[in-house]
Design a protein around this ligand. Structure first.
Ligand SMILES: [Zn+2]
Length: 87
C-alpha cells in the first residue's frame, strides 16, 4: 500500500507483507514530520481486531454440556462431513 506524508505529500510504498495490522507512527524521511498512520485490516489476518467477547465475572464461561445422545449425533455428522469431503 502507499502512504503519504501529511506535511509534504511525499509518498512511501509499503510492501503488503510489511503492512502492520495496527496504526503506527511513521516519520517522513523527507521533512521529518511524524504522524499516526492507520492501516486497513488485512483480509487473512484478524490481528488488531478488538475482541467483542465480554465474559461477566459472576458467570464464568463453561463448555456446554451435551447429553450423550446429542454427542453421538454430532460425531456422526462430523464423520459424514469427512466422508463427503473425501468424495
Ligand atoms: Zn514529509
Amino acid at each position: 500500500m502507499e502512504v503519504f506524508c501529511p506535511s509534504c505529500s511525499t509518498g512511501y510504498r509499503i510492501p503488503p507483507e510489511k503492512v502492520p495490522s495496527r496504526p503506527r507512527m511513521l516519520m517522513c524521511k523527507s521533512c521529518g514530520t511524524a504522524w499516526r498512520q492507520g492501516f486497513p485490516a488485512r483480509a487473512h489476518s484478524l490481528d488488531g481486531q478488538p475482541s467483542k467477547v465480554v465474559i461477566p465475572f459472576d458467570k464464568p464461561a463453561r463448555r456446554p454440556q451435551y447429553a450423550q445422545g446429542v454427542l453421538a449425533i454430532l460425531r456422526e455428522e462430523a464423520a459424514l462431513e469427512q466422508r463427503l469431503r473425501k468424495a
